[in-house]
Design a protein around this ligand. Structure first.
Ligand SMILES: Nc1nc2c(c(=O)[nH]1)N[C@H]1C(S)=C(S)[C@@H](COP(=O)(O)O)O[C@H]1N2
Ligand SMILES: [Mo]
Length: 358
């Protein structure tokens, strides 16, 4: 074991063979029951670098779990040599990490993928590194996925589930960005945010970041619940025959214009456009068009902040809007590995803003 692991081992309770540990007793109630969305502000209202908790969207499928912090335990088992459980106090006594990351909802898993766009924000999460906890459990070589389960149960879109269950690959799980988080923007996670403890998987869609987390289990195949089989799979846009499906995991490049605001009447032809770009991979350039995508201004004239972890990236450009009347502004991000936002028809298609020169 590495030094950090030996230190961590003091904080957990290893499980003896044959011992049956339940992590589900901490569920006090599900209140309120049923589907709930808190809609995000419009892109032009997301003008702060860090999105306040009160401004950040919320997505709840079956209801919000009310969790007893004193009895809460996280269980880590499955294809590991040293399964263990850990209390909230023990988790908080471990070395903590803070990461700034964009947080984006895929949108409805039952509507076409170009609906419910811009459910996004950028926040600071604090907690313990998922990879450190997994290492402590000594994963077996065949473990390929980490399944995560929430405490709540119920139904969504006429499908019942015994709990919210998601999976991520072991390869992703062992990256340092993933957290077993208990704070957002320096404050404890409240009930709707998934408190006391949730998973956070930066760079991947929000749906993978299981709230009211109580169980992690390492497995050799994909999770079998409705939230990974029936919901949250999509047609792979890279497949020419449009028949191959893929899990809703990595966030594709995306961007939004924050200024000017839609419909703004501008007195001056010289206009500064700025906004945010984000994706699983770092965004390397943002193209800007002032004629609805017919032509693009040189990327060299668009300033783009580099990324340090998974935060959204600011872009900014000064443009000249020729002539009075309506102008169509478009921004289009391209990531480090060459993926570019499509112009239409996809959940990450470009953001368009119309403005007027008076
Ligand atoms: N247990 C549980 N975790 C969950 C969900 C849920 O319904 N139950 N919703 C998921 C979805 S689809 C998203 S986008 C994010 C939303 O996190 P937020 O509500 O904190 O923004 O949580 C994910 N984790
Ligand atoms: Mo979501």
């Amino acid at each position: 074991m590495a030094a950090i692991d030996r230190d961590y081992a003091r904080h957990v309770t290893f499980i003896e063979e044959g011992q049956d540990i339940s992590c589900r007793d901490a569920l006090k109630a599900i209140e309120p029951r049923g589907f709930y969305i808190r809609q995000p502000p419009k892109p032009h209202e997301l003008d702060q670098e860090i999105t306040d908790d009160s401004q950040l969207f919320q997505t709840i499928h079956m209801g919000a779990a009310v969790v007893a912090e004193e009895t809460w335990r996280l269980l880590l088992d499955g294809m590991v040599d040293s399964p263990f459980s850990i209390s909230f106090a023990e988790l908080k006594s471990m070395p903590k990490t803070t990461i700034t990351a964009f947080h984006e909802c895929y949108g409805s898993p039952v509507l076409p993928p170009d609906k419910a766009l811009w459910r996004v924000g950028n926040v600071q999460w604090t907690g313990v590194r998922l990879a450190d906890l997994i290492r402590l459990a000594n994963p077996k070589t065949g473990a390929r996925y980490v399944w995560s389960q929430g405490l709540e149960w119920g139904s969504f879109a006429n499908v019942t589930a015994k709990y919210f269950e998601k999976d991520i690959t072991m390869q992703k799980a062992m990256q340092p960005e993933n957290l077993i988080a208990y704070e957002i923007n320096g404050r404890p996670l409240d009930k709707n945010r998934g408190g006391p403890v949730r998973l956070v998987v930066p760079g991947w869609f929000g749906t993978n970041s299981t709230k009211w987390l109580c169980h992690l289990t390492l497995q050799d195949g994909r999770a079998t619940g409705p939230f990974t089989t029936k919901f949250y799979n999509e047609i792979d846009p890279n497949d020419p025959s449009r028949s191959r499906m893929r899990p809703v995991w990595m966030v594709e490049p995306n961007s939004m214009i924050v200024r000017p605001k839609p419909g703004e009447v501008l007195p001056d032809r010289e206009v500064e456009i700025w906004g945010r770009a984000w994706g699983c991979e770092e965004i390397k350039c943002v193209d800007i068009s002032v004629d609805d995508g017919h032509s693009w201004i040189s990327p060299a004239d668009v300033h783009l902040e580099p990324r340090t972890s998974y935060e959204w990236q600011l872009f900014r450009a000064k443009v000249l809007l020729e002539g009075k009347g309506k102008h169509h502004l478009v921004a289009r991000a391209k990531d480090r590995i060459g993926n570019q936002q499509p112009l239409s028809g996809r959940r990450n298609h470009v953001h368009r803003v119309d403005v007027y020169i008076s």
